[in-house]
Design a protein around this ligand. Sequence first.
Ligand code: GLN
Length: 553
Amino acid sequence: MSARFIFITGGVVSSLGKGLASASLGALLQARGYKVRLRKLDPYLNVDPGTMNPNQHGEVYVTDDGAETDLDLGHYERFTGVNARRSDSVTTGQIYSTLLTKERRGDYLGGTVQVIPHVTDLIKEFILKDTDNEDFILCEIGGTVGDIEGLPFLEAIRQLGYELGRERVMYVHLTLVPYIAAAKELKTKPTQHSVKELRSIGIQPDILLCRADREIPVSERRKIALFCNIPEDAVIQALDVGSIYEVPKRYSEQGFDRQVLKCFKIEDKGAPNLAKWDDILKRIESPKAEVTVAIVGKYTGMGDAYKSLSEALDHAGIANQARVHIRWVDASGFEQTDIEKALGDVNAILVPGGFGERGVNGKLAAINYAREHKKPYLGICFGMQLAVIEFARNQLGITNATSTEFGPYEDKDERGPLVGLMTEWMRGTVLETRRHDGDMGGTMRLGAYECHIAPGSLAEEIYGAPNILERHRHRYEVNIQYRDAFENADMVFSGISPGGNLPEIVEYKKHPWFVGVQFHPELKSRPFAPHPLFASFIKAAMGNKTELKKKAA
Ligand code: GLN
């Protein structure tokens, strides 16, 4: 049997958690023994989110094969453990870019190129590609029904329902049932309108997933069913939960996965096996310790900007049966004088990935504080580059150590800048190159790269393996020519690219736990397989007793 397709749309308002809903359904089908793959279709015109501001759009999630994608792909991976691929994410920008290349090449043979059928055909091609070995493909359509830019996507999924038949296609619509305080009632009208909108373009949803902050009375569910033309037991309530990892279980209790099978006329062979979900929920609910980690970064006002990072810290909490509190510290408004107040009572400090000069001094001050006060420190990507800059300036006497990200390098040191643009390296047997004047969107080292770990290092103890694969997303590299100077001062380059020229991990021997990594380990952490680096970091934080004031946590 070829793959079946489940299309997930959203109505009424954005931010209802369509990504989590899709990921949870994927996990439930998987727990019933099916093979699933999740895809995201984003209607915006950017080619990918790589150049978008994380404050607006949330984090950029990077896949093993180097695609810069929407953060929902992170949810998919974390919930199902299935590694996403480039072919699991598409935007209107990509569709048009392909279309216009074809048009210029003359592929349309003089025909008029139109949204229907040319754009919709390309969308369908994307949805159908590479699906042979799957039982279910879950496709989440970004945005909200009613958005102008989403129309070609909805038209494409409507056509697929017609072409593949209802045995292979179904539609799930996520809506909001708001509580109106003045009337003391939950209101179903927005849901009715949203479904009406969908039906006006030819899509009749099979299941309605209704977000509400309280139990939706049976009478109201009946009303939704009647007005929206769907069976009563296909109106599933999606109530707010304490942890996102509760969602699959709660949905299953409401009969979501059962209803999906029913729609496809697949025999229900018994409840999904949710033992591993029960296990992590138990760990989340009964922590034996609490720690606070300060994240000193630039996008601290928006939780989604560091989504994978906060998830990875939660997973590390699950691994150590500890509750991890995050204190977001805005590096740009951070003065030397604030340091003791902001960081004095935390158990560990983390400087995450970042771009640009704003906030750099605050981050350097935080790193210096972590190093001198022996607080566990994890520097990720930019956090590693700044850790070596801090070390060079304050321990090696290279007072003007810098990154060319902050301006042209004008010093005379023959080793060149400490952090700079590398123009070439090997990826396996392939030579990869970068140009200084390349496009913003295309000059980065992206995706999974191998790293060799030095025997006897902390990194080796943590990973328990001589070679690892981790995902990257950055333009600049630490300059290998400084290796001896650093290692003579006990800052060891304990992870190096196979070609030997790209430092991937640094660690400071005169510190209980001070590690910088050029890659983004948070992208590979899962609740069921917490990332070893984060697990070790939190373990070190638990050993670092501080006078943490309850309210500060
Ligand atoms: N700005 C740095 C670079 O481009 C670090 C990027 C990051 O932290 N992801 O190399």
